[in-house]
Design a protein around this ligand. Structure first.
Ligand SMILES: Cc1cc2nc3c(=O)[nH]c(=O)nc-3n(C[C@H](O)[C@H](O)[C@H](O)COP(=O)(O)OP(=O)(O)OC[C@H]3O[C@@H](n4cnc5c(N)ncnc54)[C@H](O)[C@@H]3O)c2cc1C
Length: 389
């Protein structure tokens, strides 16, 4: 693996411009990596007390394979890649309506597509910058003053710092975005649904290395099976946004029950897992659609600037692509962040918009059909073998 420390300096070195990265997930860790290779002194702040773990696996394909190769990480990714996983659409009796054969896996020499557990990719990225950049957990931005020579920053603990650039990699609910661009909800596009996700130890509900999906109008239940764990996902459509307290887990459980009680297939067994204690995610399906991704010396990377939503199935890849494209632009325009930020956006935006549009239209109707018509259309595509994910 390429070690950025061979091409940079210690974090306390004073002759290099400094950059602050907010958020330590895929966008933040990858951005930190690339900024060290450009000669910046990098500080990463992360709201949580450590790396935020959990979630479903990440797809690695296309441009992302090239990027991880350039980062010297592809070998480590291949070593952790999951076996190929097939996808089946089911009916209430558990008969298979159609699906997709497995994506390529670690043994496929064509190397077209890999899947890796979210935690494993986080670890690989973290290892590449650990000890090279300054990482401050349990810290957030509370104020930003963008001036001609740099950004004066106040942190949540009251401490202050000055940085040549600030890069907001703090996810769908980015507070960098809120501080710099104002009300973050104005850039959030509601896709018309909510989802619940919980990862539990292997349940025996389906074979390993399979994804199974069961839908009726407005409701979808999905299981991902692995050797050692099962992802339980439940999603429901809603025309309007629901007013709920994101800290109130009991209220979220009730919402799931209100929608899924009485449904067949494997849903009763899935609901049993909703009722036990444990971490789960419940959120709206949304995208971030910004008019601009940068302002002054601040730029956004990954979900913070252009979340494509879990429906797109490539949030992790998009974050890695964004970080690499930003670094490439800064490399092409040394000392001119304004031109670099503009180029980063101009070149990446068409791809982001294409992915967002595909997820919002095709992805939603295929994975979470809203009504009888969408279910029928999905079934037609399954019969004709023209499902494309
Ligand atoms: C715990 C977790 C589980 C996930 N599970 C799934 C999943 O199952 N399926 C899926 O499609 N996507 C999931 N995602 C989202 C997925 O990781 C992203 O869509 C994608 O990887 C883009 O990465 P990102 O770095 O831009 O954003 P994220 O991965 O969301 O990372 C943002 C980071 O910023 C940190 N942060 C947030 N606010 C602040 C703040 N104010 N100050 C500093 N740091 C802050 C967060 O703690 C997080 O570490 C998950 C994200 C997290 C954090």
């Amino acid at each position: 693996m390429v070690n950025p420390s061979t091409s940079v300096f210690s974090p306390t070195h004073v002759d290099h411009p400094s950059v602050l990265v907010s958020g330590a997930s895929f966008a933040g860790l990858a951005t930190a990596y690339w900024m060290t290779t450009l000669g910046y002194r990098v500080t990463v702040i992360e709201l949580a007390s450590g790396l935020r773990r959990g979630g479903t696996p990440v797809d690695i394909e296309g441009e992302t394979i090239g990027i991880l190769s350039r980062m010297g990480m592809m070998e480590a990714v291949r070593a952790k890649a999951l076996p190929p996983r097939g996808l089946e659409f089911k009916d209430e009796e558990d008969a298979t309506l159609g699906g997709l054969t497995a994506a390529s896996g670690p043994d496929d020499p064509s190397g077209l597509r890999y899947e890796i557990h979210r935690n494993d990719l986080l670890d690989i990225l973290f290892e590449s910058i650990d000890g090279v950049v300054e990482i401050l957990f349990g810290r957030s931005l509370s104020q930003l003053e963008d001036g001609p020579a740099g950004v004066a920053v106040t942190f949540s603990d009251g401490s202050r710092g000055d940085y040549a650039l600030v890069l907001g990699c703090d996810g769908n609910r980015s507070n960098t975005r809120e501080l710099v661009f104002g009300d973050s909800d104005s850039s959030s596009y509601f896709m018309g649904g909510y989802f619940y996700l919980r990862v539990v130890p292997e349940t025996g509900m389906l074979p390993a290395n399979k994804t199974q999906i069961f839908s009726v109008p407005g409701l979808t239940a999905m299981l991902n099976g692995y050797e050692d764990r099962t992802d339980i996902a439940l999603a429901f459509r809603s025309d309007r946004q629901i007013d709920y307290d994101y800290r109130d887990k009991e209220q979220q459980r009730r919402l799931i029950h209100d929608h899924f009680d009485g449904l067949g297939w494997k849903v009763p067994a899935m609901l049993a897992h909703v009722d036990t204690d444990g971490d789960f995610y419940f959120d709206r399906a949304n995208q971030i659609r910004m008019k601009r991704w940068s302002k002054g010396r601040v730029a956004l990377v990954g979900d913070a600037g252009y979340c494509v939503s879990p429906v797109a199935g490539m949030g992790g890849s998009m974050a890695l692509i964004g970080a690499a494209r930003l670094a490439d632009a800064l490399r092409r325009h040394p000392g001119d962040h304004a031109t670099a930020f503009q180029e980063y956006e101009d070149k990446l935006r068409p791809f982001v918009e294409e992915v967002q549009e595909r997820a919002a239209i095709d992805g939603m109707s295929l994975l979470f059909p809203a009504d009888e018509l969408e279910v029928a259309e999905r079934d037609r595509k399954l019969r004709e073998g023209i499902i494309n994910l």
